[in-house]
Design a protein. Structure first.
Length: 435
């Protein structure tokens, strides 16, 4: 039975209620350290080394980051205030160091323009005073006319990760249309077999879950797309086209990011190129229905992703990550059309522990359904992943046993992954003594 059958209830069924120690805090602070990586900087000789270093620190300290390719600075003029402007900030949760990088970048590229968009943010509560204007400013004209002393925050940008917005919108529309289908239509794809290339289900693994998660999902193999797309849902009629276009676009981004991450480790960007090219991609399309008691359950229990990279698209906030410094949970800010990149267990092993996979969970809410599309990337079903020989020496001995995606699937089919992460079974004593 899917969660769609539970809609309208005033309390959640007992099988979804978590023990008190595992229940979420829905009011945890928003992360103020989510790094944002400017991929376009890689094309500038003077900026590339710092960008590679930023990626290295993001992978090492956080295990996740957000990507964008172009910077635009916008002024949103509030028409109801004679000398006041209302600004829309996506950058308010970044550290001061990144703020300075943003300003430096803007100064280096004066061709970027400040664009007026006065009708967009009439409900914003962040008001900053500036000279009255009706025209487009250049970047430096804007910076010199803006009174930063009266601003609640001093950083401002909107991100674009390079995947066309219409492709993103189509994929989310296809997801919503699928989960709105009659239950009998969706159940044609139902399976508890984690090895099936296309399957619909609820929770995580109903056969093993002691407590169910508050989510429905469809998982589908997506690369090579020609091998799998015929198994995808035929209804809604446009599902294959819309979701397929997104799958292909996000895979191109994944391949670029993988090369950059390898380079940040000091490896050749084309390291494991054949394995990357032939690796698998799984789209996990999730629906988190409205929940009458969101403080008692979770959409997904705490876990780390198995693969190399996960690229996440979502319709509203709900993702929480465990802070590595203190073990507390923080919420990842939602950005319209933004993509969050998370390192998986494969990358932790390949880096010999230099980089860590990120532990995360999904919360639910009582206001509206939330949808997400996680593109999970692996090096191949039977590819044996081991620490890169270049990263193993006397000072840094091999810290993990070898494994494959097939090994992982076998593990989750036999074990409750909420009790022990798969990667913890791979750690060797030298790693444990180092940490």
């Amino acid at each position: 039975m899917s969660l769609e059958d539970q809609l309208g209830v005033s309390s959640i069924p007992q099988r979804y209620v978590l023990p008190p120690s595992q229940r979420p805090d829905l009011h945890v602070p928003i992360s103020t350290t989510l790094p944002i990586i400017d991929l376009s900087s890689l094309n500038h000789h003077s900026l590339r080394p710092q960008t590679i270093q930023d990626i290295r620190m993001a992978c090492k300290n956080n295990g996740f980051f957000q990507v964008y390719i172009y910077i635009y600075i916008y002024i949103y003029i509030h028409t109801y205030y004679l000398n006041a402007c209302t600004f829309f900030f996506f950058f308010f949760w970044l550290p001061a160091r990144c703020s300075r990088h943003c300003l430096d970048y803007s100064g280096l590229h004066s061709r970027y323009q400040v664009k007026c968009a006065h009708s967009i943010l009439r409900n914003s509560t962040t008001k900053c005073y500036i000279k009255k204007t009706e025209h487009v400013y250049s970047t430096w004209e804007f910076l010199f006319s803006f009174d930063f002393s009266k601003a609640h925050v001093t950083s401002f940008w909107i991100i674009n990760h390079g995947i066309d917005q219409s492709t993103i919108n189509d994929a989310l529309e296809a997801a919503k249309e699928f989960f709105n289908l009659p239950q009998e239509e969706k159940m044609r794809l139902f399976s508890d077999d984690v090895h099936k290339p296309v399957r619909y289900g609820t929770s995580l693994n109903q056969a093993k879950d002691e407590v169910y998660c508050w989510r429905d999902f469809i998982k589908q193999y997506s690369h090579p797309i020609s091998d799998w797309i015929h198994m995808w849902p035929s209804n809604p009629p446009t599902y294959k086209e819309k979701m397929g276009n997104y799958a292909k676009a996000v895979r191109l981004l994944q391949m670029q990011l993988t090369q950059i991450i390898f380079e940040s480790l000091g490896l050749n960007p084309n390291y494991l190129q054949e394995e990357v090219n032939e690796g698998s991609q799984v789209l996990a399309v999730n629906c988190y229905p409205t929940c009458p008691e969101p403080d008692l359950t979770l959409g997904i229990l705490p876990h780390s992703d198995f693969g190399s990279l996960t690229i996440l698209l979502q319709t509203r906030s709900g993702l929480q990550i465990k802070d590595k410094s203190d073990g507390n949970w923080v919420s990842v800010p939602f950005v319209e059309g933004g993509l969050v990149v998370q390192l998986g267990d494969e990358m932790e092993v390949l880096s010999n522990g230099q980089y860590k996979s990120v532990i995360h969970r999904a919360t639910v809410n009582g206001e509206e359904k939330r949808f997400s599309i996680a593109s999970l990337h692996n090096f191949g079903m039977d590819t044996k992943i081991v620490p890169a020989p270049e990263l193993v020496d006397e000072k840094n001995p091999k810290a993990y046993k070898e494994f494959s995606f097939r090994d992982f699937l076998g593990y989750i089919s036999r074990h409750d992954v909420s009790k022990q992460r798969f990667i913890d079974t791979l750690k060797m004593k030298p790693f444990e003594s180092r940490n």
